[in-house]
Design a binder for this molecule. Structure first.
Ligand SMILES: [Zn+2]
Length: 327
């Protein structure tokens, strides 16, 4: 029996899953993404996890697909200068391929997710699919005319850094100003809440005081919102507007038939997602597509990574076919 491995490398957690060739998940394991040590540690722990998992089955692993935090050097299959883990830059494709002796393909996490969505998720049967994650960060991936969009370095999907505000008030972790992620991602919600609390003329509610001190986390915000807090209501409406404008911008650029939304903030707060959904039409020029929460849930990147191994996009095969000169 033949299997593939899908890997989802996040800033906090890495998941390694063993899949059959019809994309059924047989076994999955998760561990904390190593933040210490040099760049060789991350591929090393992935290799030992793949060996451990494949020792549980009779059969062979034929390929590995990886969806990772970026940015990437897609030709080499390396992560370069990521702000998310201590190592900053680390190799993936070459050391893993060498150690395991099987083809290994590396793409950005949201790019993997959209490939999974397109082949086995809500995008099945559609030629144009966009996936967007609203989580600690905001990112996206797109399939246009049945073609997975990669770009010159594998970063052609940085929708999280679409500029949605020119006032100069919102700074993004990337150093840019007014980026979607800099306003509405989980990591930036406390900062945005603090800023808006200083401009707020309404009643001084519990959420307001937390926000003023920079302590209004996404979890607190949505629980205050559910209990009817006025400032939380104002902030959630503002964030829904920002997310709707961002999603609409992706719709205007890629013209998809279906947009799926993943990431913990969206998946854990379906009422927030409904609010966003209602606001999208205001900002779109293209015929409005189906917009829904991803049916792949928390495993969207993992499943997508497995599909990258099972049914590798031809343009990715071309880009990553020969890295021997990088060894
Ligand atoms: Zn940015």
């Amino acid at each position: 029996m033949k299997y593939v491995v899908g890997v989802d490398i996040g800033a906090t957690k890495t998941k390694v899953g063993l899949f059959t060739l019809d994309c059924s998940l047989v076994y999955v394991d998760a561990f904390t993404t190593p933040k210490e040590g040099d760049g060789s540690l991350i591929p090393q722990v992935i290799v030992s996890k793949v060996r451990e998992i494949s020792s549980k089955i009779r059969g062979e692993v034929t390929a590995v697909g990886i969806g990772t935090i970026g940015p990437l050097d897609i030709r080499r299959g390396d992560v370069v200068r990521t702000p998310n883990v201590g190592q900053a830059s680390f190799k993936l494709k070459v050391p893993i391929e060498k150690a395991l002796g099987v083809k290994t393909y590396v793409v950005n996490d949201c790019v993997a997710a959209v490939w999974g969505e397109y082949l086995v998720g809500a995008g099945r049967g559609s030629s144009n699919v966009v996936y967007i994650t609203i989580s600690t960060g905001i990112g996206g991936g797109a399939v246009v005319d049945d073609h997975l969009i990669l770009g010159k370095d594998g970063n052609a999907h940085e929708v999280g850094h679409i500029v949605l505000d020119y006032s100069g008030r919102f700074k993004c972790g990337c150093g840019g100003v007014g980026h979607w992620e800099g306003i509405a991602s989980g990591a930036n919600i406390p900062k945005t809440a603090s800023l808006l609390s200083k401009e707020w003329g309404g009643s001084k509610s519990e959420a307001f005081w937390k926000a003023l001190k920079g302590l209004l986390t996404p979890e607190l915000l949505f629980s205050y919102w559910a209990s009817g807090d006025a400032f939380a209501g104002y902030l959630v409406d503002f964030l829904a507007e920002v997310n709707a404008a961002g999603i609409a911008s992706a719709i205007n650029v890629y013209d998809p038939e279906v947009v799926t939304i993943g990431g913990s903030i969206a998946l854990r707060n379906p009422e927030f997602f409904k609010l966003i959904e209602r606001k999208i039409v205001k900002y779109t020029i293209n015929r409005v597509p189906r917009v829904l929460l991803t049916p792949l849930g928390d495993d969207a990147v993992l499943v997508g990574a497995a599909m990258v191994a099972i049914n590798t996009p031809p343009n990715l095969v071309k880009l990553q076919s020969d890295v021997s000169d990088y060894l």
